[in-house]
Design a protein around this ligand. Structure first.
Ligand code: FMN
Length: 231
């Protein structure tokens, strides 16, 4: 099983998204998957210029010469694609969207298209799981069209991600460890069974604390940060 993962966080391996993505990919590797991980932050990928030359003038070929030349064949070979992104203004990050838009030449490339599996890994600062709704809707809309010949097999959604980091700093690691272990188990299950069971997805999204307590703690943390900045 060839897995291609793209992490759209500017924080790369030090970010909240990597706290979920990396154990997930580890779980897949443990179960024999061949995993390739890229960070948009390290890629040189310009936005699509919308001239549709990749459909009509040179079908399957993009006129822009940048890192998409290296990535497009990897997308074509992959059995599983993992889109990973923090929520930025209720969507994915800009660089990840640029990369997605640049996949459009694939529609015009020859060769048998296979049943691709798609996974979303996303983190956000809010307490509410509904913060992921726009990103989920995008994934479902994209991959439900018959031409995509693909299946959206699940999402690892981690709200309160900044709180998770604060809990580690405070030495309260039990819940965070459970979440990380669930992400790893999700990877094992996907590699073995081709699916991520619903109950594992729910474990990754589990609330760290009640809503009011979370926002109170967030405000206190922000106030502390502001005080620590010299005026
Ligand atoms: C520019 C920007 C926009 C953000 N927008 C949202 C948002 O709309 N909703 C939300 O809950 N969190 C938002 N966040 C918080 C991030 O989603 C959250 O901190 C995330 O876990 C960061 O992941 P990373 O460390 O992997 O980059 C935003 C953060 C930034 C920097």
């Amino acid at each position: 099983m060839k897995v291609l993962a793209i992490n759209g966080s500017p924080h790369m391996d030090d970010g909240n998204t990597a706290m979920i993505l990396n154990p997930f990919l580890e779980g897949m590797k443990e179960s024999g998957a061949d995993v390739d991980l890229f960070f948009t932050q390290r890629l040189n990928i310009g936005p699509c210029n919308g001239d549709m030359s990749c459909w009509f003038k040179n079908p399957g070929q993009c006129g822009q010469k940048d890192d998409m030349q290296m990535l497009l064949p990897k997308f074509k070979e992959a059995d599983v694609i993992v889109w990973a992104s923090p929520v930025y203004y209720a969507g994915i990050t800009g660089p990840l969207k640029n990369l997605m838009d640049r996949l459009i030449p694939l529609f015009m490339q020859e060769g048998e298209s296979k049943g691709l599996k798609i996974v979303l890994v996303s983190t956000c600062g809010a307490w509410e799981l509904s913060m992921f709704d726009p990103v989920l809707a995008q994934m479902k809309a994209l991959y439900s069209v018959p031409e995509a010949n693909s299946e959206f097999v699940g999402a690892l959604l981690r709200p309160m991600a900044d709180g998770m980091r604060e809990m580690i700093k405070a030495g309260e690691t039990r819940l965070v460890n459970e979440i990380v272990q669930a992400a790893k188990e999700a990877g094992r299950q996907l590699a073995k069974e081709g699916r991520i069971p619903e109950e594992i997805q729910l474990k990754v999204s589990k609330a760290l604390m009640p809503r009011d307590a979370y926002y109170k703690a967030s405000k206190e943390m922000m106030d502390q940060i502001k005080k620590s900045i010299p005026q």
